[in-house]
Ligand binder design. Structure first.
Ligand SMILES: Nc1ncnc2c1ncn2[C@@H]1O[C@H](COP(=O)(O)OP(=O)(O)O)[C@@H](O)[C@H]1O
Ligand SMILES: [Mg+2]
Length: 251
């Protein structure tokens, strides 16, 4: 099997936060470029627990996260999130329950807006846009406290454009934004993989505090670095889609 899931905290009595049953996704169906990316995948994640997905390039890790986030609808199966059947919910509706951080430090933030403005957007995620995101001094205080927890000295630079920050700083802020509203589920897709080692360490250090602040959030994280550690287990095997695995709690 090309993909490995590791549940970092067992919680048999905990509330079930995510459950996928038999989800499948085929891209370019019926064409020579057909890709069976997910085949009948079952995933169960309890509240407050962390699951790491490990797999080679192209094994379907991002597809799984996209399916959960609603980037596309699955072809079959169903997805239950925080007690709600969300299989046919559009992505923006699921975003009220899900925080996401992508691999690319440029995709999670708006470069021409300040740190404070980006945080103000994050604080209003899921609400209608409008005049409401005028920066109020009480929000600025909260932003300053949140940003100070990252230990990057950015709390004095709330009016700086995000575009002027390093990749590591941007990813740390993206994580802070993704967890600002305490999502039920946090999806991290190799979020430090594109950073140089020092920036990745910086972002990792910042992660702990942002995640602590988000208390109670359940997570699913992809890490290609970890997959390299396990590469010898998978490299001799045929690349198959994330298929017919049953993931429930710890492996
Ligand atoms: N939107 C898409 N259209 C067509 N093929 C896709 C799409 N997204 C992913 N794929 C294909 O699905 C397979 C799994 O991709 P992906 O989930 O990105 O893998 P991973 O994240 O594990 O590297 C790959 O063969 C990829 O090319
Ligand atoms: Mg991927």
């Amino acid at each position: 099997m090309p993909v490995h899931l590791e549940n970092l905290k067992k919680g048999s009595l905990a509330q079930r936060m995510l459950e996928t049953r038999g989800i499948s996704k085929v891209f370019n169906s019926g064409t020579p470029n057909e890709v069976r990316s997910l085949e009948a995948v079952d995933v169960t994640i309890d509240q407050g627990s962390w699951v790491i997905v490990i797999g080679t390039n192209g094994s379907g890790k991002s597809t799984l996260l996209n399916a959960i986030a609603g980037t596309f609808f699955v072809d079959s199966g169903n997805i239950n999130l925080a007690g709600r059947e969300v299989t046919r919910w559009p992505e923006h509706e699921r975003a009220k329950l899900i925080g996401r951080v992508f691999q690319n430090p440029f995709s999670g933030t708006a470069p021409n807006m300040s740190i404070a403005e980006n945080l103000a957007m994050a604080a209003r995620r899921g609400q209608r846009r409008g005049l409401g995101w005028t920066l109020r001094s009480n929000s600025l205080n909260e932003f300053m406290i949140g940003v100070a927890r990252l230990n990057m000295g950015l709390e004095d630079r709330l009016d700086n454009f995000i575009g002027s920050l390093s990749g590591g700083q941007r990813q740390a802020l993206t994580l802070l934004m993704a967890t600002w509203l305490k999502p039920k589920l946090l999806l991290l897709d190799e979020h430090t993989a594109a950073l140089d080692p020092k920036s990745a360490r910086q972002a990792d250090d910042a992660d702990g505090d942002a995640l602590h602040a988000a208390g109670g959030t359940s997570g699913r994280s992809l890490d290609h670095d970890v997959s390299r550690t396990h590469h010898s287990r998978f490299s001799r095997r045929r690349k198959t889609p994330l298929a017919r695995r049953r993931f429930a709690g710890a492996l």
